[in-house]
Design a protein around this ligand. Sequence first.
Ligand SMILES: [Zn+2]
Length: 424
Amino acid sequence: MKMKKTILLILLIISFNASAQFKNYFRNKTMRIDYIHSGNAEEEHYKLDEILKEPHWGGSKVNLIDYFDYGNYKFHVYDSASKNLIYSYGYSTLFREWQATDEAKEKSKSFMESITFPFPKKTVNIEFYSRNKNLDWEKQFELTVDPGKAHINKQKRLKYKIIKVHKSGNPNQKLDIVIIPEGYNKEEMDKFKTDNKRLSGYLLEADPYNKNRDKINFWAVIAPSEESGTDIPGENIWKNTITNTNFYTFGSERYLTSEDMKSIRDLASNAPYDQILILVNQKKYGGGGIYNFYSVCTSDNENTGFLFLHEFGHAFAGLADEYYTSDVAVEDFYPLDKEPWEPNITTLVDFEDKWKDMMGESTPIPTPVTEQYKNTIGIFEGGGYVAKGVYRPFQDCTMKSVTYDNFCPVCKRAIQRMIDYYNK
Ligand SMILES: [Zn+2]
């Protein structure tokens, strides 16, 4: 009994310290830093674009330091006076995927990117890191911001009404997903509202999200586009839409993304959010998902439920693709002599921290793809776009094939851990 009381007291002190830490350093608003990320296959450069103040902070006030270490990039925020690390966050980018294409071997290109963190009360130093080819962190860029003196843009661009699609509580203690309508014209706003209900249902009814319905908020921004649909360059179809998405990203027909990060962030800032979903008013099969960046999917495909879960798996939980047969526009995405950071694939270089604790002792490595091991957690060869040298934990999964509500146990655990992170 005494033991239990002590543990409870310790937990109370820890959470009190964490929220005291938040109050010490931050306001319940967001600082957003837009920067230009440019380069080619071999090099990268950062340049500041602008600093903005946004009205809501949707993230945790307790988990301020990102303990996952996922993503190809991260940033650290230090209190300038004490040099204390007060916030950190990992993410990936479209630029990184472009760097792995043939085009990046011949030319340079720039991408708009953004980071957000709670609005600091005092001067902060922000350090930007990226993983090198050995997947080790390297510092790339640094900024000092005095919130009292810096030129900070406080105007509200792309200001729109928001609606609650599914509300379970205080945004600081919930996973907040903001849905941005893409290619819905003025007359289609009622369709967007109906689509929101259906989309949020796909997530809230699938395992393991169905066990966490009371930990998730869905918001939607009521922002019409000039025209309906989106760009399909391969069919010479071009539409004037609010986030400028297009199919055929890096030449891959079904890869649907946007490079217009400024509009996406401006629209998202109408709501408190942790994750951005761009819902494209379209029947054609397509989508994209990048870790802590955004997810995109089409609204009216027969596989929209799968598309949303799969892309959101990338964007929210840092899950890798477990498939290896479809052709994708990137080459040698995972170095085979390094352990990838994604929780659901391994090169066996450093398997200890992956799903070893979930495996039976007698399961053979590699695990044969036979009926006997159909529902067994193992180490199956093939994943991360290659048939050899990258392994996945289960024979089938929503991260492997077009199957709705079929996450493998390893992906489910990774999703649950991330939900828990946002629920503090
Ligand atoms: Zn999986």
